[in-house]
Design a protein around this ligand. Structure first.
Ligand code: NAP
Length: 287
């Protein structure tokens, strides 16, 4: 289906070979019968090369640029415009090229809000965000924009302070997690639970109660230690794949101008994630 008029969308990151974005977006193009008009690819790029990628995007007229770790801040320097919300969050994960004018957006916060609002009306709720990095910024912006009250917990208190000041939230260090009993929702925005930290969790099991909604931004493994233990405590759990899907759907709509086909994109996501994971992956740590 690809021809000389096919528009290119690309995800850059370092690393990027684990990314599910190409599979999800291409499945969406196919479902809508626009896979002759758009194709989505990936490229591993170093931070110092982001400037050249943006230049190439203008010259070669790529339609969309998706940025994942660690490029969401660096890319902002080279764009013509940045959407107000992305400016407030301080990160861009989506760049749209309209005839050489490059505009940056952030769809992570929409992915989070869309996911949470399926479970809870956020206004007035007490939300604990564990972490103070890029995802924590998007989460904090999203939930405060819906009227929730946020407390940031982070290992590095300086970073928590900066984020808390930015969104007018409270802050605590990680030794204060016993106060989680006062919260409605717990959001993990740390990288604990993935990669070489797969056996770790940001919240000890005893602090998780049945009344809690527990969301983990980590989506590989599908069910992290945090979510497994929250499930054991009878809490409501939300997988990181939901955020991944909804932020990707928002991006799809910005690139194509078409409503994203949720079912086809979800099906591809599910096919590419091991949702029937073996609990053995946690070794002795998880019982
Ligand atoms: P980031 O900016 O690098 O922030 C990482 C956060 O994790 C920081 O708050 C850091 O604390 C904390 N952290 C790391 N190691 C820790 C440890 N050993 N103990 C306590 N805290 C630790 O990363 P990010 O971009 O926000 O991404 C966070 C997670 O979300 C990643 O796992 C990523 O894969 C995932 N993610 C998911 C989606 C999705 O769609 N579901 C999208 C993007 C990212 P310090 O400040 O103390 O360093």
């Amino acid at each position: 289906m690809i021809n000389a008029k096919t528009k290119i969308c690309i995800i850059i990151g370092d690393p990027v070979d684990h990314s599910l974005s190409p599979a999800i977006h291409n499945a969406g193009y196919k479902a809508l019968g626009i896979d002759d008009k758009f194709v989505f690819v990936a490229s591993c790029v170093k931070v110092k090369e982001v400037k050249d990628v943006v230049r190439a995007m203008r010259i070669m007229n790529f339609r969309g640029l998706t940025c994942t770790m660690p490029h969401k801040i660096e890319v902002m320097k080279y764009l013509n415009e940045i959407d107000k919300t992305a400016q407030r969050i301080g990160a861009v994960n989506t760049v749209v090229n309209d005839n050489g004018v490059l505009k940056g957006y952030n769809t992570d916060w929409l992915g989070i809000i869309h996911t949470l609002e399926k479970h809870i009306h956020l206004s007035g709720k007490q939300i604990a965000i564990i972490g103070a990095g890029g995802v924590a910024h998007a989460m904090a912006y999203g939930v405060t924009s819906k009227g929730a009250r946020v407390t940031i917990f982070n290992r590095t208190i300086k970073k928590a302070k900066k984020l808390a000041k930015h969104i007018k939230a409270k802050l605590r260090d990680l030794s204060n997690l016993s106060i989680l009993k006062e919260f409605d929702v717990i959001l993990n925005a740390t990288s604990l639970g993935m990669g070489d930290k797969i056996s770790l969790t940001s919240v000890p099991k005893e602090y998780i109660l049945k009344k809690h909604i527990v969301f983990d931004a980590v989506y590989e493994p599908y069910e992290t230690r945090l979510l497994c233990e929250a499930k054991e405590q009878d809490a409501t759990i939300i997988h990181g794949t939901e955020m991944l899907l909804y932020q990707g759907m928002e991006q799809f709509e910005l690139y194509t101008g078409r409503k994203a086909p949720e079912e086809a994109m979800r099906k591809t996501l599910t096919k590419n994630i091991n949702i029937n994971q073996d609990e053995e992956i946690y070794g002795d740590y998880f019982v």
